[in-house]
Structure formats: structure tokens, C-alpha cells
Design a protein around this ligand. Structure first.
Ligand SMILES: NC(=O)c1ccc[n+]([C@@H]2O[C@H](COP(=O)([O-])OP(=O)(O)OC[C@H]3O[C@@H](n4cnc5c(N)ncnc54)[C@H](OP(=O)(O)O)[C@@H]3O)[C@@H](O)[C@H]2O)c1
Length: 252
């Protein structure tokens, strides 16, 4: 029970990695709020997480939604101990593409969701976060390696990795630690959001598995365990740091 009675907000907690984090937080005694835009998956996630968790529908790219999310969380739970800034992704936030073909509007959408929203999610949470609290940002292995056609997404995630250092420095006087979880390829609904036939998706997954040194895709639960470590006092001497959880891709 490393997070007993801690109150957490997890953006993107209604799907994939964010839901895996919420489930592991629950096991460790935490309660709190998951945030997303899809009411159906918000409801389904709360059914599984139970009554210690609640859902707030909101768009993390809208500053007025962010203000409402943290105000409502504080009204319901009376405090905020942990913030997980996880909402994001390369699919559905502007078309992925290379430097040759990416349009300005796609560049802006990608950056809005994967970099700007991270900055303002943290900023809008700060009035409610307790001194000594922990912030976990989800970046990606893409911050460290080139994947063709993902230049803007990768740059956004590299920016997120940088934010952890700068935010930790800015927040030293409040003892708020900011760290990064950088997943490799993880089994989440993101694959289904590509709008590709099942057969193509399954081929893509096998292709990824071949490239991963431990020869399998990661699971959201495994990301949840890393997030528990970063959110808990077990990581009390770690700030501005990153854990790359990728089955060995970055190092081999
Ligand atoms: N899966 C991977 O292999 C992988 C690898 C590296 C990094 N990541 C990162 O991990 C994070 C989670 O990805 P995932 O794979 O778990 O994807 P996912 O299953 O598609 O989940 C994405 C989550 O973000 C939320 N979201 C997206 N745009 C939002 C917005 N504008 N406002 C509020 N919520 C929004 C979605 O909720 P709604 O749909 O309800 O809005 C959903 O809960 C992302 O930051 C992604 O870049 C994933």
C-alpha cells in the first residue's frame, strides 16, 4: 500500500497505459480522478476501478477544461498528492508524417496535445498540488530514437523529457518532484485507432516484437508499476529523471 489514501489525477486514465496506471495505483491504496474525452470509456473504466475513483470528462488541450478538472477534484477529494500527465499520442492528434509532408495544421495539433497540454496540465494543477507531491509525465522511447514519419511527435516527447528537469528545478522550493515514464511499444487501444485492418495491425505488432530485445510488446500494467514507483516515496531522492520501460530497445 505504497500510495495509501493519496489522491491522484491521471489524464488519459480511461485507456491503455493511463488505465494500467490507475489500476496499479488502486492496488496501492490510492484514489482519485481519471480524465478523458470519451464518456463511454470513462464510465467503463470507473466500473472496473470502483467507487474510490471518479471520472471527469475534459479535453487537456483546453485550458478552461484543465482549470475545471483540478477545481472539481479538489472539491471532491480536498487535496491532490499525485499528478500523472499521460493523455497524448501520435494517432488522432494530427496526421503522423515525415518532414517532407507534414502540414502546419498537423504540426500544431501534434504539439498542442503532446507538449503544450503537458505544460498547462502541470501549471493548472499546481495551485492544488500539495508540497512534497509527485508528478509523473508520460513521454516515449521516441524522444530518444528516430522512427520514420514521427518527427513532430518525437520532438514533443523530447520536450516532455526536458520539462521534467525544468519543472523539478522550478518547484524545488515546494519539494515537488517531476519525473518521466518513457514507454516503448505497449499493447494499448492505440493500435485499433489507426483505422487499419486487424491483419495489418497484427503484422505490425509482430514486426515490433522482432525489434524488441526481449521479444514482446509491453503491457499497461508494467507501465503502472513504474508509475507507482515514481509517484511513491520509494523514489524520494529522484527528480528530473526518466525511466525508459521499453524491453531494451534504447540500450541494445
Ligand atoms: N502505446 C504505446 O506504445 C506508447 C509508447 C510510448 C508512449 N506512449 C504514450 O503513452 C500515453 C498513453 O498512450 P496509450 O498507448 O495508452 O494510448 P490510448 O490507449 O490511445 O490512450 C490515450 C489516452 O489519452 C486520452 N486523450 C487523448 N487526447 C486527449 C485530449 N485532447 N484530452 C483528454 N484526453 C485525451 C484518451 O482519452 P479520450 O480518447 O477519452 O480523449 C486516452 O485515455 C500517450 O502519451 C502516448 O504518447 C504510448
Amino acid at each position: 500500500m505504497r500510495l495509501k489514501d493519496r489522491v491522484a489525477v491521471i489524464t488519459g486514465g480511461n485507456s491503455g497505459i493511463g488505465f494500467g496506471i490507475a489500476q496499479e495505483f488502486k492496488k496501492e491504496g490510492a484514489k482519485g480522478v481519471i480524465v478523458g474525452r470519451n464518456q463511454e470509456t470513462l464510465d467503463a473504466s470507473i466500473d472496473k476501478l470502483g467507487s474510490d475513483f471518479s471520472a471527469i470528462k475534459g479535453d487537456v488541450t483546453k485550458l478552461e477544461d484543465l482549470e475545471r478538472i483540478f477545481k472539481e477534484t479538489n472539491e471532491k477529494y480536498g487535496k491532490l498528492d499525485i499528478l500523472v500527465v499521460n493523455a497524448g499520442g501520435g494517432i488522432g492528434s494530427g496526421t503522423l508524417g515525415s518532414v517532407v509532408e507534414t502540414a502546419e495544421s498537423d504540426y500544431e495539433k501534434m504539439m498542442d496535445l503532446n507538449l503544450k497540454s503537458v505544460f498547462f496540465t502541470v501549471q493548472k494543477a499546481l495551485p492544488y498540488l500539495k508540497d512534497g507531491s509527485s508528478i509523473v509525465l508520460t513521454a516515449s522511447i521516441a524522444a530518444h530514437k528516430a522512427f520514420s514519419g514521427m518527427a513532430v511527435y518525437a520532438a514533443a516527447k523530447a520536450g516532455v523529457r526536458s520539462f521534467a528537469r525544468s519543472f523539478s528545478s522550478d518547484l524545488l522550493d515546494r519539494n515537488i518532484r517531476v519525473n518521466v515514464l518513457s514507454p516503448g511499444t505497449i499493447e494499448t487501444p492505440v493500435f485499433g485507432k489507426m483505422g487499419l485492418p486487424e491483419e495489418v495491425i497484427s503484422q505490425a505488432k509482430s514486426g515490433f516484437e522482432d525489434l524488441i530485445p526481449i521479444k514482446r510488446i509491453g503491457q499497461p500494467k508494467e507501465m503502472g508499476r513504474v508509475a507507482v514507483f515514481l509517484a511513491s516515496d520509494d523514489s524520494s531522492f529522484i527528480l528530473g529523471e526518466e525511466i525508459i520501460a521499453d524491453g531494451g530497445v534504447a540500450n541494445f
